[in-house]
Design a protein around this ligand. Structure first.
Ligand code: PBE
Length: 275
């Protein structure tokens, strides 16, 4: 019986949305009678990837565009189905990992600045930004300086090179730095709650540097073979999630300091997803 089986190990990367999504998957599995072990806050993309390929975790939430640029090293496309297919085929063929159906969350990078800066210089797009980048300080999160869809991509696709790059490990602080004028530009995440409130301009990716970044559970094939019903359990929440809902859940955690377990329990009850 299930009680005798190994727990399902749910992992996550090291930022707020990932803790919440991992907690959603964990509570859905527990509600279905599974024992769950949580290994959240593993680290960045490549550490989470290493954890799942080595069997240290059984599943974690990943973004199609992130897998495309950081694992598959595929050609960037802006077509969500093309990216999903390329990534899920590669993971199935090369890694024995399955991409389940994507949720409605598309959490990509958004390049942001203060509204007033954008207005003053008449900046609407990343092409516009490239023409003034040499005068601007970019404050960015982890991975951004190295990733093909990060600074190297801004340089490759737009020819943008900045006066200076400042690294932020605490992601919330880049919004404070932006608002205080310590930095001029930053890489937001599309589901950051601060995007709903601040006087911020999201620059248009007019040359298609960024692929879509839909979130889906990535699961070890062996675990799905042993427990075929977990596919449906994990996929059940997908249509209940989108960017504005995720911003709201991220705000409860980062702004209101609620516990992920409580945020998620409330959400799953409201949506009728748990008993
Ligand atoms: N993202 C935006 C990052 C963080 C948020 C999804 C592109 C990632 O983890 O890949």
């Amino acid at each position: 019986t299930q009680a005798m089986a190994d727990p399902i190990v749910v992992g996550s990367k090291n930022f707020s949305e990932q803790y919440i999504l991992a907690e959603i998957y964990a509570e859905l599995l527990e509600n279905a009678g599974y024992e769950v072990e949580r290994k959240i806050n593993l680290g960045g993309t490549l550490i989470a990837h290493q954890a799942i390929t080595s069997g240290g975790i059984d599943l974690y939430p990943e973004y199609t565009g992130t897998a495309l640029t950081s694992v598959v090293h595929g050609t960037i496309s802006t077509d969500e189905q093309v990216v999903y297919d390329e990534v899920s085929d590669y993971y199935a063929d090369q890694l024995n990992l399955r991409w389940l159906a994507p949720t409605g969350i598309n959490n990509g990078y958004v390049i942001i600045m203060r509204d007033e800066t954008a207005k003053k210089d008449g900046l609407e797009s990343l092409s516009d930004l490239a023409s003034v980048a040499g005068d601007m300080v970019f404050g960015g999160g982890p991975e951004f300086p190295e990733r093909a869809d990060g600074l190297p991509g801004l340089e490759r696709v737009y020819g943008a090179t900045f006066k200076e790059f400042r690294q932020f490990t605490n992601l919330g602080l880049r919004y404070d730095a932006l608002n205080q004028g310590d930095i001029d530009v930053s890489n937001g995440y599309a589901t950051d709650w601060q995007l709903d409130s601040g006087d911020l301009k999201v620059l248009n990716d007019d040359k298609g540097l960024f692929p879509p970044y839909y979130v889906a559970p990535v699961v070890r094939q062996e675990v799905l073979d042993a427990h075929p019903d977990i596919q449906e359990i994990l996929e059940s929440v997908g249509s209940h999630l989108d960017n504005s809902i995720m911003r709201r859940l991220n705000a409860k955690f980062e702004r209101d300091h609620e516990e992920p377990a409580d945020i998620v329990a409330d959400f799953l009850h409201e949506e009728g997803l748990v008993d």
